[in-house]
Design a protein around this ligand. Structure first.
Ligand code: ADP
Length: 424
């Protein structure tokens, strides 16, 4: 797989005390967080999170509009949280920025946006340094804060995962987009040569959403979705897996069926609207357990304006949802198994000296996982677990724990800000 950037840190000793803020920006929702650290390992005293959707128009607007929105959201949050309490010390003004798009990392607190993904297309920002743009907006909004760290969601999730549980070896995000990151011994990374390495491990950000292989069979629906996206020939793995795309694959299949047969009645114009069928609707249809498939009927009527379809056709719709979701979940599971193989935790005694398949002493292996598709879509989750068991075998799979880290990407960003604050 392609390795785009390598972030130092992750195995860090936490001795910071104080309040740290974080911004988590990378898809459907934007989160502002405040984390109070107590100073000893595993001592997050409190955390506050505020989430708001990214206004659609900002996804294709200018970098100034986007960062002004982010800065003003942060300002409101800080003012609300600090209302009535003592103003924060200088260290409390250290910020972690979790920015989940492909970035060429220049340092722990700076990086250049390589390209947009997940439907974003703010052209003036490509090739620009991200933290500089944020800090300029913070100045414009009169907020005295600096970003101590720039990471993406996978690295942030791995940081929190590892902080909580030292057996955590990788982090996987399956939300609006998908990505993964894992811990690698520093001496195994060619890109490290010449870099200062302070610990034996590094977090490798895989940007696996852009993974591609000629062995991955693509359907005509995948090909059309890709061609009509703002980033054709890019993020191929992500386009088969993540939340922003799954519903649209299902929409395309139903559209084709509707055009080529009369089972859905006259072709609804709604079927031609890209992204009208979002993943939560797909999940609701897929998980409809009513005998008459009432939820499917409702969504077909209300969202797609398709009415009067027989139970048989509604069952067919569930089947489409099932096939698309199962494929996505199995691909994600294959990716996770690939990471475990790479770091010798798949039971095959791989490169890093893992133990044999039947060895009862195989090490406990934790993969931190985050993202709405995984956490809120039960069938997706079940298919992923099923496939991982299938690939690894029960003996090995029982040692592999997929652990959800709620808001891990943002809180991890705050932890990393603390670990990299100017005074640490
Ligand atoms: P982000 O990845 O944007 O930071 P989330 O982790 O919350 O945000 O993931 C949002 C994605 O999760 C959405 O794109 C949506 O596709 C998916 N999602 C949210 N809720 C559900 C649900 N109930 N069923 C299926 N998918 C869901």
């Amino acid at each position: 797989m392609d390795i785009h950037l390598i972030s130092h840190l992750v195995v860090f000793v936490m001795s910071e005390i104080g309040t740290y803020y974080a911004l988590d920006f990378g898809g459907t929702n934007f989160r502002v967080l405040r984390v109070q650290l107590g100073g000893r390992r595993s001592l997050i005293l409190s955390q506050d999170v505020e989430q708001r959707p990214i206004p659609q128009h900002l996804m294709t607007s200018t970098s100034e509009d986007l960062f002004d929105f982010i800065a003003s959201s942060l300002k409101q949050f800080v003012e609300k949280e600090e209302n009535g309490s003592e103003p924060s010390s200088v260290r409390a003004r250290e910020l972690g920025l979790t920015f989940s798009f492909p970035v060429r990392q220049l340092s722990i607190h700076s990086g250049i946006l390589i390209k947009w993904t997940k439907g974003f297309a703010i052209e003036d920002m490509v090739g620009k340094e991200v933290v500089g743009l944020l800090e300029a907006a913070l100045v414009r909004s009169g907020l005295d804060m600096r970003a101590a760290v720039l990471v993406n969601d996978a690295v942030g999730t791995l940081a929190l995962g590892h902080y909580d549980d030292a057996d955590t070896v990788a982090a996987v995000i399956i939300g609006t987009g998908t990505n993964a990151c894992y811990l690698e011994r520093a001496d195994a990374i060619i890109k490290c040569q010449g870099h200062l390495i302070t610990s034996g491990c590094m977090a490798v950000n895989m940007e696996w959403g852009n993974f591609w292989s000629s062995h991955l069979p693509r359907t005509s629906y995948d090909i059309d979705l890709d061609l009509e996206s703002p980033n054709p020939n890019d993020q191929g793995f992500e386009k088969m897996i993540s939340g922003i795309y799954l519903g649209d694959i299902v929409r395309r299949v139903i559209l084709r069926m509707s055009q080529e047969s009369d089972i859905f009645g006259p072709v609804s114009s709604r079927l031609s609207i890209p992204f009208i069928l979002q993943a939560p609707l797909l999940a609701a249809m897929h998980e409809d357990d009513s005998p008459e498939l009432k939820e499917v009927d409702k969504i077909l009527k209300e969202t797609l304006e398709i009415s009067e379809v027989s139970l048989k056709v509604r069952k067919l719709v569930v089947r489409i949802c099932d096939v698309v979701t199962r494929r996505a979940a199995r691909l994600a599971a294959a990716g996770i198994a690939g990471i475990l193989k790479k770091i010798g935790r798949d039971g095959s005694g791989g490169v890093a000296g893992g133990r044999g398949r039947s060895d009862p002493e195989m090490r406990r292996t934790v993969v931190a996982i985050e993202g709405g598709l995984y956490t809120r879509y039960m069938m997706f989750r079940e298919y992923l677990h099923e496939a991982l068991n299938e690939i690894l075998g029960e003996d090995v799979a029982q040692h592999v724990i997929l652990k959800v880290t709620e808001d891990g990407s943002g809180i991890g960003g705050a932890l990393l800000a603390a670990a990299n604050s100017s005074s640490s």
